[in-house]
Design a binder for this molecule. Structure first.
Ligand SMILES: Cc1ncc(COP(=O)(O)O)c(C=O)c1O
Length: 347
């Protein structure tokens, strides 16, 4: 008999992620981390934090810095070992009767809920992949949404998510791991204190810190208490807490903002160039990757690998099929090499 909440055998592999697609010296267009290393100023702060490693980590300063950055109170903030830990803590602490994951999106929220034994329903968006609040079952008491969404790169409006949130007793988790790709973050809910609203943020992508494990949860204080009780003691290391504090400083926010503006220009150019080669991106992309459709996607992915380029398959995302790929946006020079590889393949 199948365990409660287990994935169906025919399901896509929810635990497949872009990092499994790189290696062997391939040029990486599969993982969405920006750059190959954190900026020098941040690396220096991390190196200095090693001098404090004899002490157990204390999250107080990081909590205050995050609270200041988003206009919240420290008791609304919980530092976590990346957004990935936050999904697990939520799955441990919550007892949903009807949990809904809005797909296509990053698959760990669903995987974490299932691993904790919660049955999961999927609301699968299609067409332009924009959130339709009317599709959420009225009695869903836990709803998980990515914004902007991995892999579609679509940015949902804050108003629509608040609409989903406006049901008493419902918890809405908004994964904003890529929100700092959007200049000015007009649709973020990180600064909004509302019953049942949970926002997750990550340092991984923008600051090239995938190996550090740093992120945080913003939520009403009672839920923050419940999550911290579900969290292992000292789960977030001193260097990760130093990074969280540092990346909330005005100079870091300005740097991230400038990068987001430049990213947008290059992303839109790349989308245009890919379209000329028959790879059509989901319109309105706002994150650091493009979700593209082409009938021979899996075959093209293999042929790009043979030429030394890794792009991420789309078929492991519920709601996408074998004709989808996700392509990270790199700098102009790197993107041009991918376009040349496509040209060489006759695209
Ligand atoms: C949408 C999304 N959310 C969260 C995560 C996990 O981020 P972290 O490294 O902070 O655990 C990822 C990683 O790929 C992601 O794509």
């Amino acid at each position: 008999m199948e365990a409660a909440g287990a994935a169906m055998p025919t399901d896509p592999d929810l635990r497949h992620h872009g990092d499994a697609e790189v290696g062997d010296g391939l040029v990486d267009f599969a993982v969405n981390v920006r750059g190959v290393a954190p900026p020098d100023w941040l690396a220096r702060r991390l190196r200095r934090s090693i001098e404090d490693l004899a002490r157990y980590p204390d999250p107080a300063r990081a909590r205050h810095a995050v609270a200041r950055r988003h206009g919240r109170t420290p008791d609304e903030v919980l530092p976590t070992a990346g957004a990935a830990e936050a999904f697990v803590l939520l799955a441990r602490a919550l007892t949903p009767r009807r949990a809904v994951v809005v797909h296509p999106q990053f698959t760990e929220p669903e995987a974490a809920l299932r691993a904790a034994g919660h049955p999961v329903e999927r609301v699968v968006l299609d067409g332009d992949f924009k959130l339709d609040p009317g599709r959420i079952p009225p009695d869903a008491d836990l709803v998980m949404i990515g914004n902007p969404t991995n892999p579609t790169s679509v940015l949902h409006s804050a108003a629509e998510i608040l609409d989903v949130c406006a049901r008493p007793g419902r918890t809405v988790v908004v994964d904003e791991a890529f929100m700092d790709c959007v200049p000015g973050e007009p649709e973020t809910l990180a600064g909004v204190s509302a019953p049942g609203l949970v926002v997750l943020r990550s340092l991984t992508k923008t600051w090239a810190l995938a190996g550090l494990r740093a992120g945080y949860v913003l939520a009403p204080p009672p839920l923050i208490t419940a999550l911290s009780e579900a969290q292992p003691l000292w789960a977030v290391s001193t260097p990760a807490l130093v990074a969280i504090e540092a990346c909330c400083e005005p100079a870091a926010l300005a740097e991230a903002g400038a990068w987001a503006a430049a990213l947008g220009v290059e992303r839109d150019r790349l989308a245009g160039e890919l379209a000329l080669r028959g790879l059509i991106a989901v319109p309105g992309a706002r994150a650091s990757f493009l979700c593209v459709r082409t009938p021979d996607a899996l075959d093209l992915r293999e042929r790009l690998r043979e030429r030394g380029y890794a792009v991420r398959r789309g078929d492991t995302f519920p709601g996408l099929g074998p004709d989808w790929l996700r392509i990270a946006v790199r700098d102009r020079a790197a993107n041009d090499t991918l376009l040349e590889a496509l040209d060489d393949l006759g695209r």
